[in-house]
Write a protein that binds this ligand. Sequence first.
Ligand code: ARG
Length: 590
Amino acid sequence: DNPASVKRQLAQLFDLSLRATVPDEPDVVPLVDACAAKGGVKFGDYQCNNAMGIWSKIKGKQTEFRGPPAIGQAIVNNLPPSEMIDSCSVAGPGFVNVVLSKRWLAQSLQRMLIDGIDAWAPRLPVKRAMIDFSSPNIAKEMHVGHLRSTIIGDTVARMLEFSRVECVIRRNHVGDWGTQFGMLIAYLFEKFPNPNDVSVADIGDLQAFYKASKVRFDSDPEFKLRAQQAVVRLQSGEAMYHKAWKQICDVSRAEFDKVYQRLGVQLEEKGESFYNPYIPGVLEKLDNLGLVEESDGAQVIFVEGVNIPLIVVKRDGGYNYFTTDLASLWYRLNEEKLEWIVYVTDIGQQQHFDMLFKAYRRAGWLPKDENAYPKCTHIGFGLVLGDDGKRFRSRSSEVVRLVDLLDEAKRRCKTAILERDTAKDWSEEEIEKTTEAIGYGAVKYADLKINRLTNYTFNFDQMLNDKGNTAVYLQYAHARICSIIRKSGKDVEEIKRSGKVVLDHEDERALGLHLLQFPEVFEEACTNLLPNLLCEYLYNLAEIFSKKFYSNCQVVGSPEETSRLLLCEATATVMRKCFYLLGIVPVYKL
Ligand code: ARG
């Protein structure tokens, strides 16, 4: 529910009108939407599209209406008077077009400037939510897929926080358990017979370490045996094995942290290993409910609509990725009392989560209605591709070190900025801060602006271009607005109170309307968990500002200066909120 949404406010008015227009059709809900320009022309700001639907419902019945246009007209006539609306007209087969009052638009904007943009936040009926994201696997590479998960997951967390969810947990479900640890531990013991000698620096490049131990594993049966024994001894909690396991995890963690530090993302780690003690109890409960069956020596659960069963205990008695997720979800619902849990992984894991949630529904541990709380949602994303259209890889090796990738983005930004005159008198620190904000922001934005379900191509030249739909362009646009305000020499807080927003010029009005549409766009992005909708909105905002408003409306030194400065400030405020939601640090000077 979002009282600031223009669309919702209009829908409420139309709801009243519909009740009066067709009192015998209580099920009719108002269909209100912003108008799209047709051939560059807009017939209104918003449309109500109920007339056609109502006509097909009632045309067989006794009715005073002789077609959808007449219904449209009645909807207009029955609208209660409102200061929101300037005029209404019926077009074509019965569309009701609404032109909003520019006075009302201006007042609404002014109120936001005074109350702050958080007054535009919606309110979700959830107090405790969790986003399970990033979640790389220890000792395997943290690949670009995990980068996507990290970027998208953090944005979703920010969106829920803005929606006034009191507690949003960012959870790193690190893959820190599994048979690969036997191999790694055996190799560690072989290289460092005295465990006290091992330091993080010695293991160093964990991927190389992993590869080397894999070579040993595949070539030496005796080593393989030791590796298998190591798993058992680790799982039975032997101190030396546990210590080695922890050492390996710490090295990985240090590497992951470099990525999180650059992205400004803070995750709370509870790795797969954490849930081991909970597994037997959860399986027992599921068994008591009659869900667990025997199949081919394994223990499985069948769920609705899927032919293959979920294996919860392997034939050798071991647990798997799925078993851990059964236990972790139990913990999250019962111990952490979460009402909404969002999992962010590549689309490849969709079936895994679908089956997990279905198993929980079968057990009665999640409500049958998918939209009721407590609720679980999986949001998937597509692949990251290289210029060759194949899975993204670096030239030299199989995988890309994510830290290198982010450092490269920053380095390229630095080169570009140092070439400009403006940076001449900047301090070293200013240059660092600015290039980090732009470089890392550009990587994030390039990912977020694509609908997460589609694949996207990783391309530095494209994402760092200062023209087009990139974070670099948006940062410049924002910095320019800040500089206009600075150069005016006016105290913004002062004019917010004493000045008045006026939207007389059509480009002022267009900008004002777009600004006021932020709440409804945000609501849609949040409902569908699609950050790309926010990016699209933000880009359009920057375009309307520079191509329409700023090209045609002189700000500083014009008679309308105060109002126009307020429009600049409102634009910068909304842009910064979008940046914030997308995890991008705004730059005020460029
Ligand atoms: N570690 C997994 C991977 O790298 C992602 C874990 C996602 N979260 C979960 N609860 N299964 O693909």
